[in-house]
Design a binder for this molecule. Structure first.
Ligand SMILES: NC(=O)c1ccc[n+]([C@@H]2O[C@H](COP(=O)([O-])OP(=O)(O)OC[C@H]3O[C@@H](n4cnc5c(N)ncnc54)[C@H](OP(=O)(O)O)[C@@H]3O)[C@@H](O)[C@H]2O)c1
Length: 426
């Protein structure tokens, strides 16, 4: 019989408590799959009372997570605390000690993942973090393993379940505050939902996707990022009149000029688009590559069990690698040229308030065309004083210039909303 591997679980919150339960309930199945017993030996929890049941079953509870990482009876550290610190330092320490490491922490992996991978010790089992992007969706494994003979050109994804749910609630008639409260009540959004609403969470996940899909070593600050705070029910209603929905879309696109990275509230066609019909906290990632064409991965992007599914798979993989005297595979990465957000191209949707004059739409189209932006469609926006303008792809800088020129004409025209736009197949 293979020797036991001891596990230290840092954080027994939403995901951690589920992982602890599964390690116990399905111990035999997990042992069979990982080549020998996995024993939960330590749990780090600030509030030891919360881990009372685990303590009763012989698990050591450490109020100080560093003590769990330093313990001699631990082979694999599973970090489910969240946040940059102390999680980052604890992961560093665990790797330096030659332990196997599993984490679901996108913030740490997006900012320090490359450094952590370089710190992996031989025969430790390595570092795995599938749950950090898309929870239950096995997207990192697919990008690293299944598409490694191909060239990924573009990723287009909805990877933040909280904003997806909030935008869905706006469609159902909630105002913004009510929609956020609903996401919190359902456990999708945290008490402080800033990271979700302002697009930080999606930008971190996008960096990890760009790493695995395109071998690009990029940082969250390089993502052209805008959240959903200024999207209101009137925008959602105007999108619906165009047969579309608004979603927080993360995009990574490679061209000869460089890599464009963005997280933006985006107009998406309601029917026939893989990103428009996602329910609640579901996520979808569309991968486009030279040979495979379009691959769509979708599923539960948040939730205790969805995340635990990926964490447990990683524990099995790290345990197997450790028992075999190796490490789990990593995706290679090198620094990439990231385009300035203004230099990246996107199609756009403009809501333009006009004074009702019959030639307003001609004047708007003319000003945009003069600035180098091609207008694909211009139509009444649902009331006499609003136009819906759909442009072809142009750089954000060109659209800025055109809109400044439009303002300079002194017309009674006001752009009240401007969003990126996806076509049926983009
Ligand atoms: N929830 C999901 O759907 C989901 C999906 C994918 C990935 N993830 C990732 O999984 C990780 C865990 O998320 P979660 O939703 O389980 O978070 P959570 O419910 O807040 O759990 C975190 C736990 O860690 C404890 N903790 C935090 N800092 C600690 C410290 N320094 N020492 C000891 N205990 C500490 C917290 O205790 P306190 O309550 O006292 O702070 C809490 O019990 C995060 O990286 C998250 O991004 C979550």
């Amino acid at each position: 019989m293979a020797t036991e591997l001891g596990i230290a679980l840092l954080g027994a919150g939403t995901v951690g408590a589920t992982v602890a339960r599964e390690l116990e309930v399905h111990a035999n199945r997990l042992a069979a799959r990982s080549g020998g017993p996995l024993v939960l030996r330590r749990v780090a929890e600030r509030e030891p009372g919360r881990a009372r049941e685990l303590a009763a079953r012989g698990v050591t509870i450490d109020a100080d997570a560093a003590a769990a990482v330093a313990a001699a009876d631990v082979d694999i550290v599973v970090e489910l605390l969240g946040g940059l610190e102390p999680a980052g330092t604890l992961l560093d320490t665990a790797l330096q000690r030659g332990l196997g490491v599993v984490t679901a922490n996108k913030a740490v992996i997006a900012t320090a993942g490359h450094r952590l991978v370089a710190a992996v010790r031989p025969a430790s089992g390595g570092l795995a973090f599938e749950a950090a992007v898309g929870a239950a969706i096995p997207v990192l494994a697919v990008l690293r393993d299944s598409l490694r003979g191909d060239e990924v050109r573009r990723i287009t994804a909805v990877i933040n379940g909280t904003t997806n749910h909030i935008l869905g609630r706006l469609e159902a008639g909630d105002d913004f505050d009510r929609a956020v409260a609903d996401a919190q009540e359902r456990g999708y959004a945290e008490a402080n939902p800033t990271s979700d609403l302002d697009g930080h969470d999606a930008a971190q996940k996008l960096c990890i996707l760009a790493w695995f899909a395109m071998g690009a070593e990029v940082r969250p600050e390089q993502v052209e990022r805008r959240g959903i705070r200024d999207i209101d029910p009137s925008d959602v209603a105007a999108a619906a009149r165009l047969g579309s929905v608004i979603r927080l879309v993360a995009r990574a696109e490679r061209s000869e000029a460089g890599l464009a990275l963005s997280v933006q509230p985006t107009l998406v066609p309601r029917s026939g688009h893989s990103l428009s019909d996602l329910e609640g906290a579901d996520n979808a990632i569309v991968v486009e590559s030279d040979l495979a064409g379009r691959v769509v991965l979708r599923g539960r992007g948040a939730g205790a069990e969805a995340a635990a599914s990926a964490v447990l798979s990683d524990i099995v993989a790290v345990a197997r690698a450790r028992r075999a005297g190796g490490e789990v595979p990593q995706a290679p990465a090198a620094p990439a040229l990231v385009l300035d957000g203004e230099a990246a191209e996107t199609a756009a949707w403009l809501r333009v308030r006009v004074d009702g004059s019959p030639d307003a739409s001609d004047l708007v189209a003319e000003a945009l065309t003069r600035g180098g932006v091609v207008v694909e469609q211009i139509s009444p926006g649902g009331s006499d004083d609003e136009l819906a303008v759909l442009t072809s792809p142009a750089t954000r800088a060109a659209l800025d210039r055109s809109l400044t020129a439009l303002e300079g004409l002194g017309l009674p025209v006001q752009v009240v909303q401007r969003l990126d736009r996806l076509g049926a197949t983009t």
